[in-house]
Ligand binder design. Structure first.
Ligand code: SF4
Length: 466
């Protein structure tokens, strides 16, 4: 998962600093590396990038001095290609035929290896292991076509998740895959136009959101304004990632017309209805208390409390300076991260039944540690784990780094066996139907593959004519 942003101004402006601030707002989408590219006075593309968070990878003072008309930025969380320096974005290319361009990408292309082997067979030399470079090669393998034409032909051959922003020829070009896996939104402040992964980036920039970029849409932004084109690829249905609403996106973002905050609160409400039904109205619970696993379980916990009438307290405090455990790379660091990150307040918990709302259970490591902490260290009478998504039982191939199926706890255990394994007194999940209803989009527009294994079908039978 990554975050991307682009900015275009018809007159020179401090756009690199805008992009820097936008990346800062999108930091939750990737913490491994960050980069910014902009178009210089002479039309060449300049790029700065490095490992780490935005403020360590980039020099804010330098960015604030840059005056340009177009810029793009990227925060990286490695899915395809690993953490090597050569995979840090933006990726840039200099060609005699089409000039220079830079690209930032959010998403994942499951068939990238197959396409890469085919391109290498035709003489292509790759410099990185990232699937984003494949897109550059596909463009370069459209000889004689103008850039926009070459781009739309290249995208026609891609199957999977891609939200892209290009810098080319003093233009900003944005594209979203025909299935709409990853979000991409259009915003404006005065005469500056922005494209970003999430609308929360616009809030920091004082920009207003115009609209979502549609699945299958290419937008070209230049001196003459914004023009919209279509990727020549039809798709039977859309696949907006349901997990963006559950966990990944910031709650203050609006994605495909849906407030992430409202969706999470609806998930908590739905969970409360089924959970309190099963617990017999919770009458047998000892001074029950609802709490959320911070931060992504908190809003669903508020919804749960409102719906059930059971009081809510922030009984588990998160160390704001630790990373998100779900995206830390090794098992050892992940386990340490849970203890470093979460501190339950004993005086609030002792002797009570605690309803703990979490957004999802992936490996189960966090849930086991939390249940132990609450019972053994804080003296909770009971720990009732309520999960505001269905069991994650299948891996994601579209840009979220869920582990392989053998490491997903819900793929190996279910029901009573899973409850015992986690060490909780009761365990409740949201059903897929409840999740879809909570988001409020038709099921035919959502990807729920990590919950039900229904991956995108092979929908494009057009033959490659590279
Ligand atoms: S498989 Fe899951 S995480 Fe991946 S795109 Fe689909 S809903 Fe999102």
């Amino acid at each position: 998962m990554c975050g991307i942003i682009g900015a275009y101004s018809p007159s020179p402006a401090t756009l690199a600093e805008d992009v820097y601030l936008g990346l800062y707002a999108l930091q939750h989408r990737g913490q491994e590396a960050a980069g910014i590219a902009w178009t210089d006075d002479d039309g060449s593309i300049v790029c700065r990038k490095g490992p780490g968070l935005v403020h360590t990878a980039l020099d804010q003072a330098e960015m604030s001095r840059i005056v340009c008309r177009s810029a793009v930025g990227h925060v990286r969380y490695a899915t395809a290609g690993g953490s090597a320096a050569c995979n840090i974005q933006p990726l840039t290319a200099n060609t005699l035929a089409r000039g220079s361009f830079a690209v930032v990408h959010n998403g994942n292309l499951p068939d990238a290896q197959t396409q890469r082997i085919a391109l290498e067979g035709r003489g292509a030399l790759f410099q990185s292991s990232s699937d984003t470079e494949l897109i550059l090669h596909l463009i370069s393998h459209q000889p004689g076509r103008p850039f926009l034409d070459a781009l739309s032909q290249a995208l026609r051959h891609l199957k999977g998740a891609y939200s892209l922003v290009f810098l080319h020829d003093d233009k900003l070009i944005a594209a979203r895959d025909p299935w709409g896996f990853r979000p991409l939104v259009l915003g404006r402040r005065g005469d500056v136009t922005y494209v970003a992964s999430e609308s929360c980036a616009f809030d920091l920039l004082g920009a207003r959101m115009i609209r979502d970029i549609e699945p299958g849409e290419i937008i070209v932004i230049d001196q003459s304004g914004c023009q919209s084109f279509r990727i020549p690829h039809s798709s039977k249905r859309q696949f907006h990632c349901a997990f963006e609403y559950v966990y990944f996106a910031r709650p203050d973002s609006i994605i495909d017309g849906v407030s992430v905050y409202n969706a999470r609160k609806n998930m908590g409400r739905a969970l409360a209805r089924s959970c309190t039904r099963c617990l017999g109205g919770c009458k047998q619970l000892e001074r029950p208390l609802v709490t959320g696993l911070p931060d992504s379980g908190t809003i669903a916990a508020l919804g749960f409390s409102e719906e059930s009438g059971i009081p809510y307290e922030s009984a588990i405090v998160r160390n704001r300076y630790s990373g998100r455990t779900f995206i830390e790379p090794t098992q050892r660091v992940r386990e340490l991260g849970v203890l470093k990150k979460l501190n339950p307040m004993k005086q609030m918990i002792q002797g009570r039944d605690l309803i703990v709302v979490d957004d999802s259970i992936v490996r189960g490591t966090t849930s086991i540690k939390v249940a132990q902490l609450l019972r053994d260290h804080c003296g909770a009478k009971g720990v009732h784990m309520c999960v505001s998504s269905p069991p994650v039982a299948y891996p994601c191939f579209y840009g979220i780094d869920t582990p392989s199926r053998k490491d997903l706890i819900a793929a190996r255990l279910e029901g009573e066996a899973l409850r015992k394994h986690l060490g909780v007194d009761s365990l409740f999940y949201l059903s897929k139907a409840e999740l879809v209803e909570a988001v409020g989009l038709p099921e035919s527009r959502l990807c729920t593959a990590c919950f039900d294994g229904n991956y995108m079908e092979e929908e494009d039978n057009e033959q490659s004519d590279l």
